[in-house]
Design a protein around this ligand. Structure first.
Ligand SMILES: CC(C)(COP(=O)(O)OP(=O)(O)OC[C@H]1O[C@@H](n2cnc3c(N)ncnc32)[C@H](O)[C@@H]1OP(=O)(O)O)[C@@H](O)C(=O)NCCC(=O)NCCS
Length: 158
């Protein structure tokens, strides 16, 4: 099993995996339309014809990208797939030249392993809130906001 860019045929399985965990309150649900529109953001791991893990790296602004929709099928957890997917996103962010990666998560301890630090939600720029306004929990977000500075010396301009 290896991390690969998503293909159009993966969309129904990405939708199923993400919304399975969303139904358990572990992450936000994503409609099919949003997955299609943002499919080029996604990395996946497949086992044969079965999609077993996914993540998306979304460009928000010139200095900011978001890791989202990270999900590993229950039977494949604790085998390093989540780590591989996050590392792939971090490498892509570095390649893009974007200095800051953020995530909103219910699993802050997992992201701390990669150097993400907890920040106040209000410290994130308002330009990311367009999507938040579509969230059923808005404005009472109960996720933890975290950032990873890839260029510690960079001036964050938001
Ligand atoms: C959180 C999740 C992505 C982790 O993926 P995974 O493939 O099981 O994780 P890995 O096997 O790469 O774990 C690597 C390390 O992180 C640890 N870890 C895994 N999940 C963790 C968590 N929720 N909190 C803290 N540490 C965690 C593992 O114990 C392991 O530690 P070790 O190297 O010391 O053994 C996965 O459990 C998942 O999909 N959960 C449901 C959906 C979800 O919560 N997604 C995140 C939304 S932002």
């Amino acid at each position: 099993m290896r991390v690969e860019k998503a293909k159009i045929a993966d969309v129904p399985q990405i939708h199923k995996l993400v919304n399975y965990f969303a139904s358990q309150g572990q992450m936000l649900a994503r409609p099919l339309s949003e997955i299609y529109e943002n499919l080029r953001d996604f990395f996946v791991v497949r086992e044969g014809d079965e999609l077993v893990a996914c993540v998306a790296l979304h460009i928000c602004w010139h200095d900011l990208v978001e890791i989202k929709s990270l999900a590993v099928a229950e039977e494949q957890q604790d085998a390093g797939l989540g780590t591989e997917l996050v590392q792939e996103c971090i490498e892509e962010a570095k390649g893009l030249g974007v200095p800051t990666v953020f995530c909103l998560t219910y699993q802050p301890a997992f992201f701390e392993q990669f150097g993400f630090n907890r920040i106040g939600l209000m410290e994130l720029p308002r330009k990311i809130w367009g999507e938040c306004q579509r969230c059923p929990k808005y404005p009472d977000c109960d996720e933890t906001a975290m950032i990873l500075q890839l260029k510690p010396s960079a001036t964050v301009q938001w």
